[in-house]
Design a protein around this ligand. Structure first.
Ligand SMILES: [Zn+2]
Ligand SMILES: [Zn+2]
Length: 394
């Protein structure tokens, strides 16, 4: 394992940071309902000299720490848990039935809280302003977008933003950082195929919605394989198909649901327009009516090249050779919205426990857990980013 250099102030706070994580893990709340989570955060920082804005977007918090003249940078954590019943039995098991921090946002909160405490103690080592953004509802509802609309990045204006994700697809001790796209645009679509029903033995005069839907499913798989540049990434998956009544009835209506993902905005637009084209073309070919409802999800998460260099320098101070390329996926993240507003970098913090070597415990599963030693690593990286971008005596 690479040698780790935990910032001494973070090392002193590590027990506290782990206790924070366990508290959040025991008391998870769903998106836009993080009321107790917010109260707890505010309580932990109440004695510090911070400018607090709360509630922002119901449960969000922006805590601003000013420390002399200098630019303002933002550090962000997401607050929400998932509608999952925890099946493992750690001593810090979720106490809220059917709700669980199964993505690691409890860790993000603990890291950011620890960073607040540490930067307050380290005021002689940096100069400027740091905004700590605690953002609700990352899982699907895009809380980031609403935080931006309510001015989370303004007054004072943040010139850079950093966030991280504990990442069980990478071993503890590693940190994944790269410039450019790191998570995908994640869109959803719903399609309704309307045909004309009839007797299964007499297809003449009918428009078989099941047959048309089957053609459509096959056609959609040609978008990535035949339209997208093979050196770029995209995926179209139909996840649900529903329709028909019985073995001898030709279905008059079939509904399909799916997801479309891409790393680049232009590929996302290409997939979207080919999807529309396939629906229109197949409708004409088979005489059906096809309605497409396409929902734009999160945009691609794009790391800025300059801020990626900052993050790399900071991460190497902490994890040395453990810093490398992130394990990439076509998942989506609403950090993408912040990164559309100001340059920044989203960092992947290796958190797989050594005993889970062969079979990593995935995010969003009911027995999700991560290596808590990653918390001190993440907080140390945040500290080094602040010291790099906001040096003392500047
Ligand atoms: Zn998640
Ligand atoms: Zn997450």
């Amino acid at each position: 394992m690479p040698h780790l250099t935990i910032h001494p102030v973070i090392a002193d706070l590590e027990k506290q940071i782990i206790a924070y994580r366990r508290h959040f893990h025991q008391h998870p709340e769903l998106g836009f309902q993080e009321v107790e989570t917010a109260k707890y955060i505010l309580d932990q920082v109440k004695d510090l000299d911070l400018d607090i804005r709360h509630p922002l977007v119901r449960t969000g918090i922006v805590a601003t720490m000013s420390n002399g003249d200098g630019p303002c940078i933002a550090l962000r954590a997401d607050m929400d848990a998932l509608p999952i019943q925890e099946t493992a039995d750690p001593p810090y098991k979720s106490q809220n039935d059917g709700v669980m921090h199964a993505c690691g946002h409890d860790g993000h909160l603990a890291i950011l809280l620890g960073t607040v405490l540490a930067l307050d103690q380290l005021r002689d080592q940096w100069q400027g302003t740091v905004k700590f953004i605690f953002q609700p509802a990352e899982e699907g509802e895009g809380g980031a977008r609403y935080m931006i609309a309510e001015g989370a990045l303004n007054d004072p204006d943040a010139t850079a933003i950093f966030g991280l994700h504990v990442w069980n697809y990478q071993d503890f001790g590693t940190i994944g950082i790269r410039s450019g796209p790191v998570l995908a645009a994640a869109d959803e679509f719903e399609i309704i195929v309307k045909g004309k029903g009839g007797h299964g033995a007499m297809p003449q005069g009918t428009v078989d919605a099941v047959y048309v839907a089957a053609q459509l499913v096959v056609a959609l798989q040609s978008i990535v394989s035949r339209n997208l540049d093979p050196l770029q990434s995209g995926v179209v998956s139909v996840g649900q198909i529903q329709g028909g009544q019985n073995f001898n009835i030709i279905a008059d209506e079939v509904a399909l649901k799916g997801t479309a993902r891409a790393y680049r905005e232009e590929d996302r637009q290409l997939i979207k327009s080919r999807l529309e084209g396939a629906c229109d073309g197949i409708a004409v070919t088979y005489g059906a009516a096809i309605e497409l409802d396409y929902h734009d999800g999160y945009p691609p998460t794009l790391n800025d090249p300059v801020m990626t260099e900052v993050a790399l320098r900071a991460a190497r101070k902490v994890a040395g050779d453990g810093v490398g390329e992130p394990y990439l996926s076509m998942g989506g993240e609403d950090m993408a919205y912040f990164l559309q507003e100001v340059p920044g970098c989203f960092i992947f913090l290796g958190s797989a426990k050594p005993e889970h070597k062969a079979e990593k415990v995935p995010h969003h599963c009911s027995h999700f857990d991560f290596d808590e030693r990653a918390l001190a690593v993440g907080a140390s990286v945040f500290i080094e980013i602040v010291r790099d971008l906001l040096p003392a005596g500047s």
